[in-house]
Design a protein around this ligand. Structure first.
Ligand code: UGA
Length: 453
């Protein structure tokens, strides 16, 4: 079997998925992280993030001797079991949104500085993090090693299905100005049989932004279309089904919602806008995509206000609302840039009294090590969390579904209705069946639905 010695620096969801999946493809992988306690947990097979199949894959690959964990970037590039050095080093580091939407590259720069003298001649450094165009060139400059190549190999993993996405990619993108290094990285994935785009580093870097910004645009378009549906008495589900059969459009990523969020789309849309500004290009389409998304949050608040008070300008002061879902999407416990939290903040500003339930944000009695992310004194961003959905419904004048957790469909809606003050559900994900709600005595208000005008 084809085996390379691969170091992965950073064990977030991208790094850990990359490490475990490359090991499962037969490579010898050492993952390094600066957080010693996390490394210790990973060695025991304890994975902190919610990512289906990842913990099992990590345990399996550690037992097979193909995957190990070390503290620090330097150890990751030098500590291979056979005392050899890494041939390929993946940088899977956070690139948060810095001042003015510019990606903050300090983590990447620090690791390059720390490891540049340790890399063996011929090593390929691969940037997997989403980084601004020109970062591969900048990394090469910082490395200042003519015998080390830098490759851009962006990831297209979705949180909540990262392992599946890694092992079933739509495409592999490898960008490098040195063909031999690009081919070496592409060969790591050969067993996956995916279409591979070999290009220059700048195009690969831009491709990642182009993909995420296109997806954001698709969603802003759908959310705007849902609003239009309400105004003209059309139904967004029928409209998206109809347009989705056009293969040029496709059915995926056409569900309206409270706005797109998470650690990627918001950051990447702002970062690409910065790239465009710096290149003196007025990217109006992208700006409108972001503005539409910001407006979507207020639109949800207005919808709640109207549903609860019957008036467009009605007051939400001291109105008790139960929120169902706080994470930015289902299948994850990630709260970063969650539209649910942004909407909760707007509702609180309007005077509403909130209580929230989210199945991913409930303490696990079997795993006391694991804390609920973002929780302080039983609250997330000032919103009290409860561990039972019926508690969230207790005395509520409305329930607001903000995350598309499939288990919400199976809730005992009659029991929920029984404890509510007013029988109203605002379903910002069009997740629930309106007939089921009706049978439970509840009025369901979705987005862009015929009955929701
Ligand atoms: C996104 C991209 O989908 C991945 O391809 C990319 O690799 C990743 O960013 C990244 O750059 O690392 P992710 O942030 O995990 O993945 O989340 P998505 O599944 O794309 O969802 C983004 C947002 O759009 C969420 O808030 C979600 O609820 C919303 N969404 C998604 C909708 O409102 N409707 C949809 O039909 C789909």
């Amino acid at each position: 079997m084809f085996t390379r010695r691969v170091a992965v620096v950073g064990t977030g969801y991208v790094g850990l998925t990359t490490g475990a999946c490359l090991a499962s493809l037969g490579h010898q992988v050492v993952c390094g992280d600066i957080d010693a306690a996390k490394v210790e947990r990973l060695r025991r097979g304890v994975v902190d993030i919610v990512e289906p199949g990842l913990a099992e894959l990590v345990t399996e690959q550690v037992s097979a001797g193909r995957l190990s964990f070390v503290v620090g970037a330097s150890s990751a590039v030098t500590d291979f079991p056979d005392e050899l050095d890494a041939e390929i080093v993946f940088l899977c580091l956070p690139t948060p949104m810095g001042v003015g939407g510019v990606a903050d590259l300090r983590a990447v720069e620090a690791v390059v500085e720390e490891t540049r003298h340790l890399l063996a001649a011929g090593t390929v450094v691969v940037n997997k993090s989403t980084v601004p165009v020109g970062t591969a060139a900048r990394t090469a400059e910082l490395l200042d090693r003519a015998d080390v190549s830098v490759v851009s190999n962006p990831e297209f993993l979705r949180e909540g299905s990262a392992v599946h996405d890694f092992l079933n990619p739509d495409r592999i993108v490898v960008g490098c100005d040195a063909a031999e290094a690009a081919e070496r990285v592409a060969a790591l994935y050969a067993r996956l049989g995916a279409p591979t785009v070999l290009t220059d580093a700048a195009s690969a870097e831009l491709m990642k932004y182009a993909a995420n910004c296109f997806l954001a645009m698709k969603l802003s378009y759908v959310n705007a279309m849902a609003e239009l549906c309400e105004r003209v008495g059309a139904d967004i589900s029928d409209v998206t089904e109809g347009i989705g059969y056009d293969r040029r459009i496709g059915q995926a990523f056409l569900s309206p919602g409270p706005g797109w969020g998470g650690s990627c789309l918001p950051k990447d849309t702002h970062a690409l806008l910065q790239v465009a500004d710096a290149a003196d290009f007025e990217f109006r389409l992208l700006r409108a995509t972001i503005d539409t998304n910001t407006r979507q949050r207020q639109r949800i608040v207005d919808k709640v206000r109207h549903a609860v008070t019957g008036r467009r300008a009605g007051s939400l002061t001291r109105v008790r609302l139960g929120l169902l879902g706080l994470t930015f999407k289902a299948g994850t416990d990630d709260l970063r840039d969650s539209p649910a939290l942004a909407i909760a903040a707007l509702l609180r500003q309007a005077g509403a009294e909130l209580v929230a339930y989210d199945p991913a944000l409930v303490a696990d009695p079997n795993n006391p090590d694991k804390t609920v992310p973002g929780m302080v004194d039983g609250m997330i961003d000032g919103v009290p969390l409860v561990s039972d959905p019926v508690e969230a419904a207790q005395g509520a004048e409305a329930l607001v579904v903000l995350t598309e957790w499939p288990q919400f469909r199976q809730l005992d809606w009659s029991a929920m209705a029984g404890v509510m003050k007013q029988p109203t559900v605002i379903d910002t994900r069009n997740l629930l069946d309106p007939a089921t709600l009706r049978r439970a005595g509840l009025t369901g208000i979705g987005l862009g639905r015929r009955e929701a005008a």
